[in-house]
Design a protein around this ligand. Sequence first.
Ligand code: PLP
Length: 371
Amino acid sequence: MSQLEFIPPARPLIGDEEREAVDRVLRSGMIAQGPEVAAFEQEFAAHFVDGRETVAVNSGTSGQHLGLLAAGVGPGDEVIVPSFTFAATGNSVALTGATPVFVDIEPDTFTLDPEAVRAAITPRTKGVMPVHLYGHPFMVDELSAVAAEAGIAIYEDAAQAHGASWNGRKVGTLGDFAMFSLYPTKNMTSGEGGMVSCANAEIARNVRLLRNQGMETQYANEVVGFNARMTDIHAAIGRVQLTKVDNWTAQRQRNAAALDEGLADLDGVVTPVVRDGAVHVYHQYTIRVDAAERDRIREALKDEHRVGSGVYYPIPNHRLPSLARFAEGLHLPETERAASEVLSLPVHPSLTQVDLDRIVTAMHAVMGAGA
Ligand SMILES: *Cc1c(COP(=O)(O)O)cnc(C)c1O
C-alpha cells in the first residue's frame, strides 16, 4: 500500500498560462497595482456578480475588513456571525472595533440559522455576515426576510463560493458587499488576494479609498487608509484562473456526485445536503461521522489508504483564545456538534476516476473496520 500516491485534500492548479502571464507582467516593468488589476476587477465582476462594481485587494480578510469599514461598521455596532467558520469572519468584525455576535448554525447546510439570527438582534445590530460555507449558499430567503424585517444589512462571506447561487441569484449579489477569497486552496486563486463586490457606488468608493491610503487623487489623502492593494502579478494569475474556474467547478460537482453515489449506502456517514434551489460549488465535500470515530477514520484513511482529509473547523470561533472575550457563557450546540463530526474528503478538480474509486473504497474499508 505504501507505494500508493497520496491524495491530498486540496491542490491548487497552476499551468503554463499562469506562468506566462506572470512573466509578461514581470517583463513589462510595471508590477504593482495597475492595468492587470483593473482588467481583473472587470472580468471577475462580469463573470460572477452580474457586473456589480468589484474591488481587488491583497486578501479575502482585507476585503472583509475594508468592506465592513466601507459599510460604516465600527465601535458600538454589533455584527452577527457564525462561529462555525474560518476565524477571518469574526476577526474582520473585531478589527473594525465592532462586536462579533456568534450564533448557531442550521445542521443540514452548516450555515447561519435564520431564527437564531433573529433572536440575537439588538438595537445595536448593524448587520449579519453569513458564510456560504463549503460552497453552499446560506439560507438566502429565510435570512434575507429576517434582515429586512429588522432593518439590518447583509454582508456576504463568499470566500468559498465562487459561482454558487440560490434560485438563479448569484452569491456575491445578495448583500451590501460580498468578499471572495483568492487564496491558493480556494476554488480559484491569484496567489493571495480577495475581491469585494459592492452593492452601490458609495461602498465601492470607500473600499477603493481604504485600499490605497485613503487616496483617490495622489497625495490628497481623504481618510486614514491601508495599503491593501493587489499587485499586477497576482491579478495576471487570477485573470487566467477566471478562464478555467467554470470547468473546475463542473468537475468538483461531478466528483461530489460520484462520492455521493459511492458513499450512499454506508452506515454512519451523512453525505452533504444540497437544498432545492441551491447550486453548490463544493469548495469542500464535507460529511458527518460519529464524533468518537472521526480521528480514527482520518488516521486510517491517511495511513492505510493514503487518502488525505480535513476538518473545517475543529474549534468553534467563539471558543478561540482570540475571540472568546466576545462570547462569555455562550453555548452553541449545533456548532459544537458540527465541529466534532465533520470530515472533508478530497473533491478538487484534479482527482481522477481512480482517485475517486480509491476514496470510496477506503471509506468502506475504514467504516467497516470500526463497526
Ligand atoms: C479563506 C477564508 C477567509 C479569508 O480569506 P483569505 O483570502 O485567506 O484572507 C474568510 N472566510 C472564510 C470562510 C474563508 O474560507
